[in-house]
Design a binder for this molecule. Structure first.
Ligand code: ZN
Length: 260
């Protein structure tokens, strides 16, 4: 077939020459697709703002040998509340970036499209940091790297609290007892008390049920970003930016408390 008609979420749009843009789309049935939107930067373009990141669209693409061309687009949901809010936008980009970098072109990951759709919808009102963290963990699981966050990889005991570390080469936890005598190394990400259990809850919880746990979710996000980068073998720039911002906010919050 020469045309593809599908629903899609715009992950990224970047300029191509004077007037065109390349879009990275997560489609409902054909996986990740790159397509060119011609003349989209002209003021009279028929596409207007329909092809901006975060938009859920109905799109018609003309199949090309190397690159598909967008011929029609209609916005189904612009996720306006993400766009209007700096923090929601920042953490939303963590989600879009992970999908763009973690999925190959044409690769179809079952359940990914609805998962991204639900996450963006919930992100319009829910807690951005916790949702971005939960999405990263769930995304890793969907693409085949489910982190093992309840039992120790070494002894098989349930990790309930105390010292623990995430083994980045194996994708699972070590309990405090098994860690004894081990030196810190790049293989291990040391986890503060309770962070593994919280990350495990975020991995399993439904997006709509997630609420912020102050004091734990920042460390959970650090865990999720490090884990995802390690398995993808890629740096997640938007995720690192969001993490830095969250750290600055936490420092700011402590300072405010201290001056009260
Ligand atoms: Zn153990």
């Amino acid at each position: 077939m020469a045309t593809i008609k599908e629903e899609a979420i715009v992950l990224r749009a970047y300029d191509l020459g004077e007037a065109d843009r390349i879009l990275v789309l997560l489609t409902s049935d054909s996986g990740l697709i790159r397509a060119v939107a011609k003349g989209v930067k002209r003021t009279k373009s028929k596409f207007g703002g329909r092809l901006e990141p975060f938009n859920r669209i109905k799109v018609v693409l003309h199949r090309g040998r190397n690159l598909h061309t967008v011929t029609q687009a209609e916005v189904l949901d612009p996720h306006g509340k993400i766009r209007e809010d700096f923090r929601r936008y920042l953490f939303g980009e963590v989600i879009l970036e992970a999908v763009e970098k973690g999925v190959e072109e044409g690769q179809v990951i079952p359940r990914l499209y609805p998962a991204v759709g639900i996450t963006l919808k919930v992100l319009e009102t829910g807690p951005p940091l916790s949702l971005a963290c939960a999405f990263l963990l769930k995304f890793c699981a969907l693409i085949g790297y489910r982190p093992q966050l309840d039992q120790c990889l070494q002894c098989g005991e349930r990790v309930r609290g105390g010292r623990a570390a995430l083994d980045l080469s194996e994708g699972g936890l070590w309990c405090g007892r098994c860690l004894q005598g081990r030196k810190d190394s790049a293989q291990f990400l040391m986890l503060p008390e309770g962070v593994a259990a919280r990350a495990n809850a975020l991995l399993r919880q439904e997006m709509r049920q997630i609420e912020l746990e102050i004091g734990k979710d920042l460390e959970c996000l650090a865990l999720a970003v490090t884990f995802a980068e390690s398995f993808l073998g890629k740096r997640l720039r938007a995720a690192r930016l969001a993490l830095e911002q969250a750290r600055r906010e936490q420092v700011g919050a402590f300072r405010d408390e201290a001056t009260v």
